[in-house]
Write a protein that binds this ligand. Structure first.
Ligand code: GLC
Length: 643
């Protein structure tokens, strides 16, 4: 049962697709005091949800702020990451769900100030709130997912393994990557192009020197079974003669300042304007621009910097200049320097800028700060709506960095700029079910870690988790150690791990489709499946994948294995080198299982079986392109069954 409440004059976010009448009464379940929604938890209450957020699957005990942020350092104290997913499941005697459909900043204090108090504080009081009553967390989630509409389904090839780096800056580097994967007989379905493929970081341009004859190049790579997937950034470079800039200015399609002038911020290309994705005409215009790359044979995109990320703004620079000019250096050095230091450290992604930008939401001027969390969502929506018109018969891969609930219908997300830290393998795992609760199904992290230098064992262990995530992409930042699978010593081990992904592909794809179709979880916390089992309900480093598999990755350096808790009898399966699988029946309970660095572990539930492709098929050289392309049609004899 769903109740809808209205506060103030909400912005229509289109997060919800089901028509639900507004309930007249004052909000139930919560106490409403001083513009805060307060809920008294018992000691046993668990709190799930919030999608792409820091910390645990049970989110209780910390404070989270929904405000899409370009936050490259996901340390434990961070309250905001790239997405804003305001859905919670409060699981106690009478569980219920709450969705705060408010695209401004919303703070969720889940027992932080006071251990048993859950307090929701929206910055702006214009919103819809939905309360969902149900018998179990899953029942509540299913109702919520139904309410927000079906999740995005990417093309099948998007389930293959992808290699990315900031940056493969010319076709020679891309060739190099492909050749190395080929030489090591590792399968790969996509190579990603980061910002350097563009001319001076201008969206919808190609740097012809670095990528001559781009169209032919795309098709040459495609013939090998590999897709190139370029990045698109939110900011449009300010440059006379650049058509996107000129059209945007002429048609008033950019975000404005208070005086109606195009707001100027700096991102990768230097000074830029932000397209006003909240305006339907601007959205249609920007979406249409993707045609340029579709016409060149591109079939996938990643939308970036769309929180939107701001390095600094023209306003900020002007204010600082003025301050320096006006200061009496003799007397005011300290004040001035403190001011500059403060400004410089807080200059990027500055709240002053967000509060100074304005959208034209189809005739109504609205301050950016009130709708901040919609920006990335509507950028991706612009593209997805254009794809429907431009290539109606084709599925296009797309995922975005920033997101809000509703965007799950248009594309997937990646989990942003993580680091090559062991703790981030675990964070990757924990985000999976929380994202599913909020409708995001095509998800994955930068495997191997984006920032910092990776080590061979970390990438290997992370890959052994990545084989289970829909988006399986190794990506790393400029200036970090190379972490493509062929860069390390034990390349045969990496080959084996990637093979496991392709062997599991039919299972993973099937679970994906079913989860979308049935508004179901692809990854479930153990607590959802074994609610009566007290131990299972507290476990946060194991997940169920679909109905048959439990995953339990190793996320500690130098570990020779790990402890697992089996809530029922299961078969422990290890994918070893050379395509060997070893199965062992295990009784319900706690076990220490040995898992070598080069092995992929999984557990199969009692009386369940999993269909996997035979290793001999995966390594058949004559099928290589079709397997990478994911267009292969397996015959029954190509499979074996694990149980
Ligand atoms: C951002 C993205 C990252 C990308 C980089 C350069 O940090 O999150 O994935 O590599 O920009 O474009």
């Amino acid at each position: 049962m769903i109740k809808k409440y209205v506060f103030g004059t909400p912005v229509e976010t289109e997060a919800v697709v089901q028509v639900i009448p507004v309930t007249e009464k004052t909000i139930s379940r919560f106490e409403f005091q001083n513009n805060q929604f307060i809920y008294q938890m018992t000691e046993k209450t668990k709190v799930y949800g919030l999608g792409e957020a820091n910390r645990g699957i049970n989110k209780r005990g910390y404070r989270y702020v929904s405000f899409c942020s370009d936050e490259p350092s996901h340390t434990e104290e961070k309250e905001s990451l790239y997405g804003a997913h305001n859905f919670l499941v409060i699981d106690d005697e009478n569980p219920f769900g709450v969705f705060i459909d408010n695209p401004g900043k919303v703070t969720f204090d889940l027992g932080y100030e006071e251990i048993n108090q859950l307090v929701i504080t929206p910055k702006y009081m214009d919103m819809y709130i939905y309360l969902i009553e149900g018998n179990t967390p899953l029942d509540i989630i299913r109702q919520f997912r139904k309410m927000i509409g079906k999740s995005y389904i990417p093309p099948k090839w998007a389930f293959g393994f992808g290699q990315c780096r900031w940056s493969y800056e010319n076709s020679g580097r891309v060739d190099d990557v492909i050749r190395n994967y080929e030489e090591h007989q590792m399968l790969i379905s996509s190579v990603y192009l980061d910002i350097d493929y563009m001319q001076d970081y201008k969206d919808f341009t190609i740097n012809e020197e670095r990528f001559p004859d781009f169209k032919d190049y795309v098709s040459k790579v495609r013939k090998k079974g590999i897709r190139l997937v370029p990045i698109i950034d939110a900011g449009v470079k300010i440059e006379e003669g650049y058509h996107v800039y000129e059209e945007g200015v002429k048609n008033r399609f950019f975000v404005k300042d208070i005086n109606g002038e195009d707001y100027i911020t700096a991102v990768w290309p230097g000074y830029t304007h932000f397209p006003d994705f909240l305006n339907s005409k601007a959205r249609a215009w920007f979406g249409e621009k993707y045609r340029f790359l579709l016409d060149l044979g591109i079939e996938g995109f990643w939308n970036d910097m769309n929180e939107p990320a701001i390095f600094y703004s023209k306003n900020m620079v002007e204010r600082l200049k003025k301050r320096i000019k006006e200061s009496d250096i003799e007397h005011d050095d300290q004040v001035l320097m403190d001011d500059i230091r403060w400004k410089l450290t807080g200059v990027a992604n500055n709240s002053e800028d967000y509060q100074s930008m304005y959208h034209d939401m189809n005739g109504e001027r609205i301050n950016h700060d009130k709708v901040h969390n919609l920006y990335g969502y509507h950028m991706s929506r612009a593209a997805a709506e254009a794809f429907e018109k431009l290539v109606p018969d084709k599925k296009i891969l797309m995922f975005s960095r920033s997101s809000y609930i509703g965007m799950h219908r248009y594309c997937g997300i990646w989990m942003g700029d993580n680091c090559s830290w062991w703790s981030h393998i675990l964070l990757n795992l924990k985000m999976l079910p929380s994202l599913n609760m909020c409708g995001f199904m095509y998800i994955g992290a930068d495997v191997g870690g984006f920032g910092c230098n990776a080590t061979e064992d970390l990438v290997m262990r992370w890959m052994a988790l990545g084989v289970f995530t829909p988006l399986f992409r190794n990506h790393s930042a400029f200036g970090t150690r190379n972490q493509e699978c062929y860069q390390f010593t034990d390349t045969a081990a990496f080959k084996n791990i990637i093979d496991v992904r392709y062997r599991l592909m039919p299972y993973i794809y099937d679970v994906y489709l079913k989860s979308v179709e049935n508004d179901d979880m692809m990854y479930s916390p153990l607590a959802f499946v074994y609610p009566e089992d007290e131990i299972a309900s507290g476990i946060e480093d194991q997940l169920l994948l679909g109905e048959d598999i439990m995953i339990a990755p190793v996320y500690l350096q130098n570990a020779i294995g790990r402890y697992v808790y089996l809530p029922e009898n299961m078969t422990f399966v290890k994918f070893e080198r050379d395509g060997k699988t070893v199965c062992e029946s295990m009784r319900k309970g706690v076990h220490f299982v040995k898992i070598a660095r080069d092995e992929v572990p999984l557990f199969i539930r009692e009386n369940h079986q999993v269909k996997i492709v035979r290793q001999s098929v995966i390594t058949d050289a004559s099928l290589r392109e079709k397997i990478m392309d994911c267009s292969i049609c397996y015959r029954e004899e190509d499979f074996e069954y694990l149980q």
